[in-house]
Design a protein around this ligand. Structure first.
Ligand SMILES: [Zn+2]
Length: 164
């Protein structure tokens, strides 16, 4: 039962004086970003954004998946998104292992066979980024007025570098 006590206590502090009515679901800065789940990435702060400013979609590798496109279509049409940034990062685990290696490591950790679990490893990060940006910009429900950029976040310097 105590598994989450520290987080629940922190939430009580967070909710003290909370003004939920300050926001609606619109991206206040008109920004959406797709990035990796990596805990080195601070998606709002790295772009000078604040709470409420952006739609953020994260997954391993920061890939534009079907679910990411679903989020972007909703963001663009219903939630004020005008600019989309796709931001994978340097030293990403999804670029540094093969699928077989990840299955092996997870299998060892789990103590059961993990060979059936897909891991969408990235063999050429820039080529994948270009493909992902094209998926967004060529999507039939993403209008041309939406600006789409592909960037690589450097986890050592904190800088983003535009690649497409
Ligand atoms: Zn990553």
């Amino acid at each position: 039962m105590g598994d989450f006590d520290d987080l629940i206590a922190a939430n009580r502090d967070f909710a003290t004086g909370f003004k939920g009515g300050d926001f609606d679901g619109v991206a206040q800065a008109g920004v959406a970003l797709i990035t990796c789940m990596d805990s080195r990435i601070d998606p709002l702060r790295m772009l000078g954004l604040a709470h409420g400013d952006a739609k953020i979609f994260r997954n391993p590798g920061g890939r534009v998946t079907a679910a990411a496109l679903e989020a972007l279509v909703l963001g663009v049409h219903l939630l004020g998104v005008e600019r989309v940034l796709v931001i994978p990062h340097t030293r990403c685990a999804m670029t540094e292992s093969t699928e077989a290696e990840l299955r092996e490591r997870v299998g060892v950790s789990a103590g059961v066979d993990a060979s059936w679990q897909p891991f969408h490893v990235i063999t050429d990060q820039v080529a994948s980024l270009e493909e992902d940006v094209r998926k967004v910009s060529s999507h039939p429900l993403i209008p041309e007025r939406v600006h789409v950029g592909g960037f690589l976040y450097d986890v050592d310097t904190g800088l983003i570098h535009r690649r497409i």
